[in-house]
Design a binder for this molecule. Structure first.
Ligand SMILES: NC(=O)c1ccc[n+]([C@@H]2O[C@H](COP(=O)([O-])OP(=O)(O)OC[C@H]3O[C@@H](n4cnc5c(N)ncnc54)[C@H](OP(=O)(O)O)[C@@H]3O)[C@@H](O)[C@H]2O)c1
Length: 334
């Protein structure tokens, strides 16, 4: 890999793309040149990187010649069409969409967990689902110590997880409610302001949503744990940024709050915020814009054998997307 790679961000104007540009700069990734790509709608817009205004170009089939690393976050359809072309042009793609995550020939990576899988790539590396990534940041170290059997979980997912238009929708609806005006809907099927929606992604014949099944399917692949089971309810909440997940986990080995806390205190990329007496626990408002996820509300699960309950929160635009992608790019440079 070129020591100062030519990096492209595909979907540069989106909620994740903007964070990718910021994260490359903040982490001093050794970018030689940065190319910003989006749809024809954004051509000519400028975005700042290291104090320079970079002009956004239209994504085309010829966008990838001379590019070393492409960070994709423009949706699954764009990834399916353009990521193989980019890989063919010799560039390594880190893809944020779900398009290739379960493809056996594509590593699905959280660097703190399975960085070793990156070396098996054939030009495309997948970034996991954001809720799965945040949950595994706490679950995986516990699994290493106590062998996770299964989890039951509910997510509290921020609107920025749906993209830039959903951030505008929450803002608009809050204003409409406050002003006593009729609420208009464009992104979600129901009003999201002052409401919660038990519906993230599309429904499967089983009654679960696709988002809910990502925890089990992607969790198995990332943790190299083919029998891991997860029953999840994903809920969209009127929070701008950062997802939270309430987890009840059952382990093969006995687990106590003290032994779990000792494991979590040493886990990379994770902070323990767990002092209920002082009303200290992870909150999406405070974890937003932080690289580390936070875990708290540790307690023995009263309904499971060898069970532990915890609450984990993390900035899904960062650990669930942009940060994880840049961390993968950093691994490629090693
Ligand atoms: N948001 C999250 O927390 C999150 C977390 C993990 C993964 N992801 C995944 O990341 C991807 C992007 O999500 P997002 O939240 O950033 O969405 P977003 O805010 O809606 O941004 C979408 C981006 O894709 C670009 N795009 C759309 N159609 C295009 C086309 N035909 N050609 C080229 N570029 C096109 C848009 O460009 P224009 O501005 O020109 O339309 C924009 O830059 C999705 O696959 C999503 O599942 C998102």
């Amino acid at each position: 890999m070129n020591r100062n790679p030519h990096v492209a961000v595909v979907g540069a104007t989106g909620a994740v793309g903007i964070e990718m540009i910021k994260t490359l700069e903040k982490r001093k990734f050794p970018v030689g040149k940065l190319t910003l790509l989006a749809s024809a709608r954004s051509v000519g817009k400028t975005l700042n990187f290291r104090g320079q205004a970079i002009i956004v170009q239209e994504l085309t089939k010829n966008s990838f010649s001379g590019i070393d690393i492409a960070l994709f976050s423009a949706g699954g359809g764009i990834s399916k069409e353009f990521a193989p072309l980019a890989a063919k042009a010799g560039c390594v793609v880190v893809d944020n969409s779900s398009a290739f995550r379960m493809d056996d020939s594509v590593p699905l990576v959280i660097p703190e967990i399975n960085a070793g899988d990156i070396k098996n790539h054939h030009g495309i590396i997948a970034n996991p689902n954001c809720t799965t990534a945040i949950t595994l940041m706490a679950l995986y170290p516990l699994h290493q110590a106590f062998n996770a059997k299964r989890i039951f979980a509910s997510s509290y997912q921020a609107v920025s997880g749906t993209g830039a238009k959903a951030i505008d929708e929450l803002q608009r609806q809050v204003n409409q409610v406050v002003m006593g005006k009729p609420v208009t809907k464009e992104v979600y099927p129901h009003q999201i302001a002052f409401n919660v929606l038990p519906h993230v992604d599309s429904f499967l014949p089983s009654g679960y949503t696709k988002e809910e099944m990502k925890m089990e399917n992607e969790g198995r692949k990332i943790m190299h744990h083919p029998t891991f089971r997860a029953s999840v309810t994903c809920v969209r909440v009127p929070v701008y940024r950062a997802h939270s997940v309430a987890v009840s986990a059952e382990f093969e080995k006995p687990v106590t709050v003290e032994s779990a806390r000792a494991v979590l205190l040493k886990a990379p990329g994770l902070d323990v915020v767990d002092n209920p007496e002082k009303k200290e626990y992870p909150l999406p408002l405070y974890v937003a814009e932080h690289y580390n996820c936070q875990v708290g509300r540790l307690r023995q699960d009263c309904a499971l054998d060898n069970g532990l309950c915890f609450w984990v929160a993390g900035d899904q635009l960062l650990k669930g997307a942009a940060l994880n992608a840049v961390q993968i790019a950093e691994e490629l440079m090693k």
